[in-house]
Write a protein that binds this ligand. Structure first.
Ligand SMILES: [Mg+2]
Length: 260
């Protein structure tokens, strides 16, 4: 697909953060101006992240400070998706949540009944405050057969000088200790966030275009869910890797700035 066709058919761009619009919180060169031009062209912008260690409010504040976020844009994390999923499928049920304190408060504010004992559902978010006590507790609930939701499957999260363990790595731990895999994962590349964003914006999924730097999450998410996709080479994927990619995007660009 040409960029002209993508621009013509897309009403909202779903933007990955790290490696796509920013690196370690710093906007990539020219991206702020590109996003402004997309808004001027009438496009909605959604910052879509699997990182469930921070709240939407914190992301909005951080992105606004660097000039990436403007009123009218949307931030949507896999944590937000998990809270919505719980409200849709387990409304009022008792939820044990392994998450940072700020994300716990965000779930509570969304109406989730967060408890420490006797849960009906267990949720594993990107808990950067994880302790052995929390691991032991969650493992115990999983052994009892409590329904298990994980926010996202990423093994690692990009970090200064390399990467750090992410939820997928913790899922491997629980797979070994309790012989349980999640009953559902709501983050990319699974369907929940695509349906939810489309519903929230009142758009069809084919009117959405995912822009990201990881083929096996961002582009797979788009392909699995009927969204258009742009793979940018400003992050994890290099030009050398393109020939071996299974999840082919509609368009490859060096950076998102090439779109306009
Ligand atoms: Mg990325």
């Amino acid at each position: 697909m040409t960029k002209e066709e993508i621009l013509q058919r897309t009403k909202a761009f779903l933007l990955d953060l790290d490696g796509t619009v920013s690196l370690e919180g710093v906007p990539l060169p020219g991206v702020t101006a590109t996003l402004s031009r997309l808004r001027s062209a009438g496009k909605r912008l959604v910052f879509l992240t699997n990182n469930s260690s921070k709240t939407r409010k914190r992301y909005e504040a951080e992105l606004a400070r660097t000039g990436l976020f403007e009123t009218g844009d949307l931030v949507y994390t896999s944590g937000n998706a998990a809270a919505e999923y719980l409200n849709a499928h387990f409304r009022g049920k008792r939820v044990y949540l392994s998450a940072t304190e700020e994300v716990k408060r965000e779930f509570e504010a969304a109406g989730v009944n967060v408890v420490e004992e006797c849960p009906d559902v267990c949720v594993l978010a990107y808990d950067k405050e994880l302790t052995f006590e929390k691991i032991k507790k969650l493992d115990g609930f999983l052994r009892q057969g409590v329904y298990f939701l994980a926010t996202h499957p990423d093994d690692v999260c990009p970090a200064k000088g390399g990467s750090m363990p992410d939820v997928g790595s913790f899922l491997a731990l629980f797979q070994r200790s309790s012989r349980r895999a999640p009953d559902v994962i709501v983050g990319k590349p699974y369907p929940y966030m695509a349906d939810s964003v489309a519903g929230r914006l009142g758009l069809k999924k084919e009117e959405l275009c995912m822009v990201g730097d990881r083929a096996y999450t961002d582009i797979r998410f788009a392909r699995n869910n009927g969204l258009k996709s742009i793979l940018v080479l400003s992050g994890e994927t290099t030009r050398d890797m393109l020939s071996s990619i299974e999840d082919a995007p509609d368009l490859v660009l060096d950076t998102i700035c090439e779109l306009l």
